[in-house]
Design a protein around this ligand. Structure first.
Ligand SMILES: Nc1ncnc2c1ncn2[C@@H]1O[C@H](COP(=O)(O)OP(=O)(O)O)[C@@H](O)[C@H]1O
Ligand SMILES: [Mg+2]
Length: 233
């Protein structure tokens, strides 16, 4: 069994007379430690899929196996426990707590689990130990996103889910953030899933999942993903 196995996942919204399918018959596998890029234009169903994988939302049909557990069959309470312990999220607009320092933002996450990482060590890993006592408003966009990544990985989650993580960043800063995410997968063995509409980012993935109109169009394995240093986008 693959580390992540999604089978026939469906998510539908009733809008008056109309049914809108955000995810339809979605199936794929992901192996532990992979860097995965989920690619698709706006409205393709990427965020819906990511939220279901992370236990932030539930699906209407299908199975979502994560490390041997079908999270589609969990109760609300069990899903919350899963999300807290096993999932790290990185969002486009960072979502840091404004009145907490960088260090305190990361501590928020480690306090949720018993085996969290050392907060200073993880801030060092993202190159921010010298800014740990700064508040989010005192940090650049790229620095805030690095704090958000530190917060997400500090719990040692089973997977790191990133929704357009470079969407609000300039080119160079975006590359730094991608480098950290690729390092998390290659050096720390984290399973990292990046959702984006930017086709150029597919080059860095071990696995590319292409979505369109709520469905998976293709899944492609890439034996020699590009290094971020050589990436042009
Ligand atoms: N809460 C909701 N109610 C109704 N429609 C929704 C809701 N959330 C998402 N959708 C629809 O589902 C589709 C997929 O959305 P989304 O997963 O956000 O796509 P993406 O992240 O790829 O841009 C879109 O057509 C969107 O309008
Ligand atoms: Mg989205």
């Amino acid at each position: 069994m693959a580390y992540i196995e999604v089978r026939g996942l469906g998510k539908h919204y009733q809008m008056g007379e109309m049914t809108i399918s955000a995810n339809k018959e979605v199936s794929f596998d992901i192996e532990k430690g992979e860097l995965v890029v989920v690619l698709g234009s706006s409205g393709a169903g990427k965020s819906t899929l990511l939220n279901i994988l992370g236990g932030m939302d539930y699906c209407d049909e299908g199975e979502v196996w994560i490390d041997g557990v079908n999270i589609a069959s969990l109760t609300d309470r069990e899903r919350t426990a899963y999300r807290r312990a096993d999932v790290g999220f990185v969002f486009q607009f960072y979502n840091l707590v404004a009145n907490l320092t960088a260090k305190e933002n990361v501590e928020l996450a480690t306090e949720l689990v018993s085996n969290g990482m050392d907060v200073l060590e993880i801030l060092k890993k993202v190159g921010l130990s010298h800014r740990m006592n700064n508040f989010p408003a005192q940090l650049s966009g790229g620095e805030q996103q690095r704090v958000a990544i530190a917060r997400a990985v500090a719990k040692r989650p089973k997977m790191l889910l990133c929704d357009e993580p470079t969407g609000a960043l300039d080119y160079q800063t975006g590359k730094q953030v991608l480098q950290i995410l690729q390092d998390m997968s290659r050096k720390e063995g984290a399973t990292v899933i990046i959702v984006t509409h930017n086709a150029a980012l597919a080059a860095i993935a071990d696995r590319i999942i292409r979505m369109r109109d709520a469905t998976v169009q293709s899944v492609e394995l890439q034996e020699h993903p590009a290094d971020i240093l050589t990436l042009e986008y």
